[in-house]
Design a protein around this ligand. Structure first.
Ligand SMILES: [Zn+2]
Length: 368
């Protein structure tokens, strides 16, 4: 299985281009709903299921009747049908598993916010993104993409437009590195490395979070269905998008740096269940951590780096000497009564993670 990663960039369409993007979205919504309707009817009336090929073949006829659809790149329309197909496949799987199978639902124009060029019809050159049937749109490439671009999704988010490039593989192979590092994702620092480096949560996180809370309070104060509430909701959506984008940028940066500098990277395997159950902070953070670790895994794989996922159980409760060193969440210092090791708790955890990845503690200590 090859892994993919998405790079998201803001685009700045002109007024005319914005109108084209908006109309593409609304035709895609219409097509999505029509395809859904056809499948729903077939299923409800005859218990018959229509497949993607069947619907896709109809596109030619539909275009004859609805000439407006010729103004939309054909693969974008195909992809819309693919989305319906995916929704239905998921539905039938739920039916099969006998879990609660909510029927696929129609999408409203305001909630249908993206369309995809699955293969062709777009190209990137300098600060211009060429979109078939739309034109050359200005794009802000604030970070280099690494790898081969596979698909492009255009997204509308709180009144702004973005290009999401899904890439595969890495363009430049990295020089060989024999250095190893253990990474402990934590609650106070974002991550602590086995060499003692602390990667802080960026300050702008907290600023953005505070903005988000203010925006939330504002929405709550406005009366329902008022114009001012709609305005406040848009501000809130923007604040959310801002936080998401910042987080993703931060993940990109840190993972890129790790992979560039280390040949072997040891992390906790967050998929192993039974982590400190009931610890809310940890559960909330898990989502962010797994997104970050996905970045690391993708980049490590493509750069030929060794990523080792270790059993996370007890990494904060065990000393490098093997002694059990119980701590509560608020105890930030590790003090081992057996061997006398006294250090920052997350630093010890990161070293233990590296140890579990097969690097013995002697060489861990020697690296200081
Ligand atoms: Zn010890």
């Amino acid at each position: 299985m090859s892994s993919r990663l998405t790079f998201k960039y803001r685009i700045y369409p002109t007024k005319k281009q914005t109108a084209l993007l908006e109309s593409t979205l609304s035709y895609c919504t219409e097509l999505y709903n029509a395809a859904l309707q056809e499948r729903r009817d077939a299923w409800r009336i005859n218990r018959e299921s229509i497949n993607f090929a069947g619907q896709s073949a109809q596109l030619v006829e539909i275009k004859e009747v609805r000439s407006e659809l010729n103004g939309i790149y054909s693969q974008v329309l195909q992809d819309t049908l693919h989305r319906v197909d995916k929704t239905f496949k998921a539905f039938f799987q739920r039916v099969k598993r006998k879990t609660k199978a909510g029927f696929p639902r129609f999408r409203s124009r305001v909630r249908y916010n993206s369309f995809t060029y699955p293969q062709l019809g777009f190209s990137l050159s300098g600060n211009k993104l060429s979109l078939s049937k739309i034109g050359k749109v200005k794009i802000k490439l604030h970070r280099e993409t690494t790898g081969k671009i596979k698909t492009l999704t255009i997204k509308r988010e709180a009144g702004r437009w973005y290009a999401c490039l899904s890439v595969e593989g890495m363009a430049k192979p990295l020089p060989v590195s024999v250095k190893s590092i253990g990474v402990d994702v934590g609650l106070t620092a974002f991550a602590t490395l086995s060499d003692g480096t602390e990667v802080e949560n960026p300050r702008h996180y907290r600023i953005a979070q505070a903005k988000l809370r203010r925006a939330q309070r504002k929405v709550a104060r406005r009366s329902i269905r008022s114009h001012r509430r709609r305005k406040a909701v848009q501000l809130l959506q923007r604040a959310h998008a801002h936080v998401r984008n910042q987080r993703s940028d931060f993940h990109h940066k840190i993972s890129q740096w790790l992979v560039a500098n280390y040949g072997r990277i040891a992390v906790e395997d967050l998929n192993i269940k039974g982590l400190a159950a009931g610890c809310l902070a940890r559960e909330v953070n898990d989502a962010g951590w797994s997104a970050f670790l996905e970045h690391v895994a993708y980049k490590a794989e493509n750069a030929g780096r060794d990523l080792v996922k270790v059993d996370p159980r007890g990494t904060s409760q065990t000393c490098l000497c093997g002694a059990h060193t119980p701590k509560t969440l608020s105890q930030r210092w590790h003090q081992c009564l057996a061997c006398g090791l006294s250090a920052n708790r997350d630093h010890v955890s990161a070293q233990l993670i590296l140890f579990r990845a097969g690097i013995p503690p002697s060489s861990v200590n020697a690296s200081h």
